[in-house]
Write a protein that binds this ligand. Structure first.
Ligand code: SF4
Length: 350
C-alpha cells in the first residue's frame, strides 16, 4: 500500500507532513493531481517520499482519467480557483485565481457521462456563478445550465456552490425554466450579521441574501435551499449571532452545514489574537433551524452495484440532500431507475 496526501493543506504544510509522517509516500498540491501516478511510481522506485507542488494548474482535473463510484451520477468541474478573498479561507492563496473550462469542453464531458449511463450531473466549482469571468461572459453560467437542459437523456442537473454576491436573476430564470435543473440550491450564508460578513470579506449583506432566497422561492416554490454557517468567527457578538438566527428562521433552510470557527493558519482571520467564541451557539443554531417537516413523494434513482439481500438503496430526490428515500431494488426496479418513494419527514421545501 502507498499513501499520498494532496490538496490545499498538503500544499501549505508539505515539509511538515513528511517530517511528522515519514510513512507518507507522496505529497502533492492543488495543481498537479495528474502527476500522482508518476509520483507514486517514483516513490516506489526510489524508496523515498516524493513532494511535488506546482504553482499553477497543469491539466484541468476533469480531463484526467476517472473511475466513477456511480455510473448514474457524475461530478463535472467547470472551474477551479477563486477570485474572492474570504478571510477564513485558504483557497485563494493555494488554488489561485479562477480558471474556467470552455463551455464546449464541459458539455462534451456531460454528454460523455450520459452516454455511459449517467442520469444526473453536478456542476462543480469553488464559485460556480462567476463561471465565465475568465472568458468575459457574465451570463455564462445561466447559459450553461440551459445548455445542459438540451442534453438528451440527462434527467437531473445540480450545481455547487454559488456565491450570494454573484447570484444573478438570469441564473434563477435558467433554473426555473430548464426542466432538468433541480429545484435545489446550496448557497453559503456563513453569517447573518453584516458586521461579521464585512470582517469575513464577503461582499453581500443579510438583506441581499434574503432577497435571493425570496426570488428563488417566487420562481420555484418547492426549492430546497441549503447553506453553510460559521459560528464563533473572531469578534462575533451575541447580537451578531442573533442576526444569523434571524436569517435561519426567515430563510427556512432545508438543511445547513454548521461549523464552529477554527483558525486556519495562513488566512487573514487567523492573524488577530482575538479568539473565536462559540459558547453553545451551534446548538442554538440547530434549534432555530429545526424543520417543521412534512412527508412528500419524490422520484429518486437507485444506486448501482451489487446489494446484499435485504439491504436498502438510497438516492437523492429533486430537492437534494434532504430527499433521500430509502429504496429496495428488485427485478422490476433496476439500479438507476427513477422510482417513486416517500421521503422521510424533513425540512419543508417552501
Ligand atoms: S468564495 Fe469560497 S472559495 Fe472563494 S475565498 Fe470565499 S470561501 Fe474561499
Amino acid at each position: 500500500m502507498q499513501i499520498a496526501v494532496g490538496g490545499c493543506l498538503a500544499q501549505k504544510d508539505r515539509g511538515e507532513i513528511v517530517r511528522r509522517a515519514p510513512w507518507v509516500d507522496v505529497v502533492f498540491g492543488t495543481h498537479n493531481l495528474g502527476s500522482l501516478p508518476v509520483l507514486l511510481e517514483r516513490a516506489r522506485h526510489n524508496e523515498s517520499a516524493q513532494v511535488e507542488i506546482l504553482e499553477s494548474l497543469e491539466v484541468f482535473p476533469s480531463t484526467l482519467p476517472t473511475r466513477r463510484e456511480s455510473v448514474y451520477a457524475g461530478w463535472v468541474s467547470i472551474s477551479v480557483g477563486c477570485n474572492n478573498t474570504c478571510t477564513f479561507c485558504i483557497v485563494p492563496s493555494l488554488r489561485g485565481v479562477e480558471r474556467d473550462r470552455r463551455p464546449g469542453d464541459v458539455l462534451a464531458e456531460v454528454r460523455a457521462l450520459v452516454a455511459e449511463g449517467a442520469l444526473e450531473v453536478t456542476l462543480l466549482g469553488q464559485n460556480v456563478n462567476t463561471y465565465g469571468v475568465e472568458f468575459g461572459d457574465r451570463l455564462a453560467f445561466g447559459k450553461l445550465l440551459r445548455a445542459c437542459g438540451e442534453v438528451e437523456g440527462l434527467e437531473r442537473v445540480r450545481f455547487t456552490s454559488p456565491h450570494p454576491s454573484s447570484f444573478t436573476d438570469d441564473v434563477v430564470a435558467a433554473m426555473a425554466e430548464t426542466p432538468n435543473v433541480m429545484p435545489s440550491l446550496h448557497m453559503p450564508l456563513q453569517s447573518g450579521s453584516d458586521r461579521v460578513l464585512r470582517a469575513m470579506r464577503r461582499s453581500y449583506r443579510q438583506a441581499r441574501f434574503l432577497r435571493i432566497v425570496e426570488g428563488v422561492r417566487e420562481r420555484m416554490p418547492d426549492a430546497a435551499i441549503t447553506t453553510d454557517i460559521i459560528v464563533g468567527f473572531p469578534g462575533e457578538t451575541e447580537a451578531d449571532f442573533a442576526a444569523t438566527l434571524d436569517v435561519v428562521r426567515e430563510a427556512r433552510f432545508a438543511s445547513a452545514f454548521t461549523f464552529q470557527y477554527s483558525k486556519r493558519p495562513g488566512t487573514p482571520a487567523a492573524e488577530p489574537a482575538r479568539p473565536g467564541a462559540e459558547g453553545g451557539r451551534a446548538g442554538a443554531l440547530r434549534a432555530a433551524g429545526r424543520p417543521a417537516g412534512r412527508g412528500v413523494v419524490v422520484r429518486a434513482p437507485c444506486a448501482g452495484g451489487p446489494r446484499p439481500r435485504g439491504a436498502r438503496r438510497r438516492g437523492r430526490g429533486p430537492q437534494g440532500r434532504r430527499d433521500r428515500p430509502a429504496q429496495r431494488a428488485g427485478p422490476r426496479q433496476p439500479a438507476g431507475a427513477l422510482r417513486r418513494a416517500r421521503r422521510r419527514r424533513g425540512a419543508p421545501p417552501g
